[in-house]
Design a protein. Structure first.
Lengths: 667, 151
């Protein structure tokens, strides 16, 4: 019964979304107040319907209702209850429902938090999101319905959730990532609504900016979580593989990062308006492309899931319609957009222009590398793949100028600045970064030129942040007084850039100074691995909730001192008969020691892998800083101002614009 | 020319130079790093180059996995049901590596039918067959069928 209710609720949501996606535009066009009021209510009610439908599916999982095909294929009665809940989004159908849930959640949020915006604009924004929702709910209902029953032969037990996904990482990673992916639909909807209305002023940028930042925060955390999960779960010690599925999430993130920066320029200075709009469209299009790549399985990926060409075709057609229609609207309406262009060559506008150009190029090169096998296949029929060296090389080449310009860009003034005094202040910082980088590299290992360049750049960005804070202190009585003067949104920028520096340092130092060894070891034996000794002192078989575990116990020595004890496992899952390696990691701020059980060899020996990974945690720590930066930026005074003004009911949009422009001059 | 026009021109030119440079670099890097896929039959026909990184794939033949006992070398045979080839790998094989299942190996050929792999991919999902292998099995895996279509 419950699955049917869920299905029915989803159909109701579908019908509502069709109404929302059509009546909103009609209402906004004819200024029909009743219809405009309907849009906000419809948006909220669609969310409630989808949420209820999602809960129905969750209940089916908790109750082990194996008459539902999706539950039978991805759950098992032995599965602990928290994994039964996360199994809801453990495979295609359920993760689509989660996608729809999050999309409608964003839609409801726009409806609720946009009371101070012009009503007809909000109606159009919700209309665009409603149309996106129509597409995705149709996709769920017609090609991947999670509520389908297996009747009349109900399986006695389920096939179990893929053991790789029985992990904390899976509970949090997909929802986070989807919040990001789908969150970019808000700025997309604002862009399309603005284009349709034909008046894209700086207010447009102001309204869509916090939404974009929130989506970007989730996306940053989602990608970092995915990377961290792959690191400890896949047992290769790798944290990024340039796999098509990873690239699928990375491309919208890169475009979204560019968008955040160009939105800043558009909001503060009224420049790059039409580019910003185009970027908003492209960012969401990349999100949809990502969905297509992940869900269609056209590319061979280490993350491949079972797939079905019909689904791929559906998303491809949907992608074509969305991208085609929005680019058409852009082509027809963008001539109405007027940008200001009065800025000097040495100005923050130019710096942001470089930021956007470089990020766009990086996005493009990731896109090309990801899609190349498809293009190649279309022309020659041969299968191929693009190797990580391509991505590593290209990414480094374009990241270098981005990182060089970052500290300068964050300090240069809007409009006009004389370059010479600005640069002279930076010399000392640049030289100190370089010397410190050499020192770090010498301590960790060989003097490799690329490692020195990368470390220098990471430190250079750190130095830029420090220099800015100290500069503010210089203008004021003390450091704390200076720090208090810095606005929240500025703190956001500094912290996010600090995060970039931390991630860069993590990536560079891990890539160049990691130690990876495969050894053969018997119980009771001690083996020398470079500077460490590994002792295999115990081996046990134990019973887990739905698996049997074989765990080795190892001690790692440096000289004669015990560094850590590790217990990597091999698990055999009862239902699926799959064997999984569970790495054991001794995590630290400056290094991880990572061990994996490989295969049992003859006479009681095991093949095991030992990894020593310096600074690997910094990769994800940096992402946390980036997200924190985003949080600081959206907690800025001017967004709270909006709420205060709304309460006073005093001409909200005008007051907002005024408060904002004063603020802009202060900065 | 007015200042802002000049600036615009500089910005556009800088953009174009950057773009041209980027495209050239991308194309060069791509041509160096494309790993073509070859099923065992095409390797046997000598279509695969010897000195480049390539990908091969097929089903792991039953009882073909041999482990070297004093090191971590492992050898196995893959097949597309028409031809076979040997894969040599040093390290720990992925969890889903199993005899009878589809795998992809990336590396270089050392002899006409032996590849030294730097990476072995097996799939997360045991029901999943990499599209490359599925196609090559369709193409080469059923010799009887392909004969009838040839006629």
């Amino acid at each position: 019964m419950i699955p049917e209710v869920g299905n029915f609720l989803l159909i109701m949501a579908f019908i509502n979304a069709i109404f929302l996606g059509t009546l909103s535009f009609y209402g906004a066009q004819t200024s029909h107040q009743g219809l405009i009021r309907f849009t906000t209510r419809a948006a909220v009610s669609i969310f409630v319907l989808v949420l209820a439908s999602f809960i129905c599916l969750t209940i089916s999982f908790i109750n082990n209702d194996f008459s539902v095909a999706y539950v039978a294929n991805h759950s098992n009665s032995q599965l602990p209850v928290y994994y039964r809940i996360s199994a809801v989004w453990g495979a295609h159908e359920g993760s689509l429902l989660l996608w729809v849930l999050i999309l409608t959640g964003w839609m409801a949020a726009v409806a609720i938090f946009s009371k101070s915006l012009p009503k007809d604009l909000v109606a159009r924004v919700l209309g665009v999101m409603g149309l996106v929702a129509v597409g995705f709910i149709a996709f769920t209902l017609f090609t991947s319905n999670p509520f389908e029953r297996v009747l009349p032969f109900i399986p006695i037990d389920g096939a179990d959730l893929n053991p790789l996904l029985q992990d904390f990482g899976l509970i949090v990673h997909p929802p986070m990532l989807y919040m990001g992916y789908v969150g970019f639909s808000v700025v997309f909807a604002f862009a399309i609504a603005g284009l349709l209305q034909g008046n894209l002023d700086h207010k447009w940028a102001r309204w869509s900016r916090p939404w974009t930042t929130v989506a970007w925060i989730f996306m940053s955390l989602g990608i970092a979580l995915g990377s961290w999960w792959a690191y400890y779960e896949l047992g290769w010690g790798g944290w990024w593989f340039w796999d098509p599925v990873e690239n699928a999430s990375f491309m919208p993130w890169l475009a979204g990062t560019a968008l955040i920066h160009s939105l800043a320029a558009t909001e503060k200075r009224g420049v790059f308006k039409s580019w910003t709009v185009l970027l908003a469209i492209l960012t969401f299009s990349l999100s949809l492309l990502g969905t297509f790549l992940v869900r269609s399985g056209v590319l061979t990926s280490v993350h491949s899931f079972a797939n079905d060409p019909v689904r791929g075709r559906f998303i491809l057609i949907f992608l074509g319609i969305v991208v085609g229609a929005s680019l058409l609207v852009y082509a027809l309406q963008s001539s109405k957009i007027r940008s200001k262009t009065n800025f000097g060559l040495y100005s923050r506008e130019t710096a942001l222009l470089f930021n956007n150009a470089l990020l766009a190029v990086v996005t493009f090169m990731v896109l090309l590398g990801t899609l190349h096998p498809l293009i190649q296949e279309a022309f020659t029929g041969g299968k191929s793949s693009v190797g990580p060296p391509y991505f590593n090389l290209m990414f480094s080449i374009f990241m270098i100028p981005i990182l060089i310009l970052m500290p300068i860009g964050q300090q240069i003034n809007w409009k006009q600045e004389s370059l010479k005094p600005l640069l002279t202040k930076f010399w000392l910082w640049a030289i100190s970064s370089f010397l410190l980088a050499i020192a770090i590299v010498v301590v960790l290992g060989d003097l490799q030129p690329m490692a020195i360049i990368g470390t220098t750049l990471g430190l250079w960005v750190l130095a830029g942040c420090a220099k800015y804070i100290l500069g503010q202190a210089g203008k004021n009585a003390s450091l704390t007084a200076g720090m208090k003067k810095i606005s929240r949104s500025y703190w956001g920028m500094i912290v996010a850039h600090l995060g970039v520096a931390v991630t860069v340092l993590g990536v560079v130092l891990t890539s160049y100074f990691s130690l990876e060894k495969n050894i053969k070891i018997r119980q009771g034996e001690t083996v020398q691995v470079e500077d460490f000794k590994v002792e295999f002192y115990d081996f046990k078989n134990t019973q887990g909730p739905n698996y049997i575990s074989s765990a080795g116990s190892f001690r790692i020595y440096s000289d004669s001192e015990v560094l850590t004890e590790l217990h990597p496992e091999k698990r055999k899952y009862n239902a699926s008969r799959m064997v999984m390696t569970e790495a054991d990691i001794d995590a630290g701020l400056f290094r991880d020691i990572y061990m994996v059980m490989g295969e049992p060899l003859e006479d009681g020996a095991w093949a095991v892998s030992v990894y020593y990974k310096p600074f690997v945690r910094w990769i994800w720590l940096g992402a946390i800083f980036m997200a924190l930066g985003g949080v600081l930026a959206i907690s800025d005074k001017r967004y709270r101002e909006k709420r205060r003004l709304k309460k006073q009911n005093a001409a909200p949009s005008d007051g907002l614009a005024k408060a904002g422009s004063e603020e802009a001059d202060n900065e | 020319m007015k200042a802002h026009r000049r600036n615009k021109l500089i910005a556009i030119l800088a953009g174009l130079v950057l773009l041209a440079g980027a495209v050239a670099l991308v194309l060069f890097a791509l041509s160096e790093n494309i790993n073509h896929f070859y099923p065992p039959t095409e390797v046997a026909q000598g279509k695969a180059p010897m000195d480049r990184t390539i990908r091969v794939g097929g089903l792991v033949s039953y009882n073909s996995v041999k482990r070297d006992n004093d090191g971590l070398n492992v050898e196995f045979q893959i097949t597309d049901n028409q031809n076979t080839m040997m894969i040599q790998y040093e390290g720990i094989l992925p969890d889903l590596f199993k005899e009878g299942q589809g795998v992809i190996a990336e590396g270089k050929l050392v002899t006409a039918d032996r590849l030294v792999a730097t990476k072995v991919l097996a799939k997360h999902d045991e029901k999943y067959m990499p599209p490359e292998i599925e196609q090559s099995l369709e193409k080469y895996g059923h010799p009887v069928q392909s004969k009838t279509t040839d006629n």
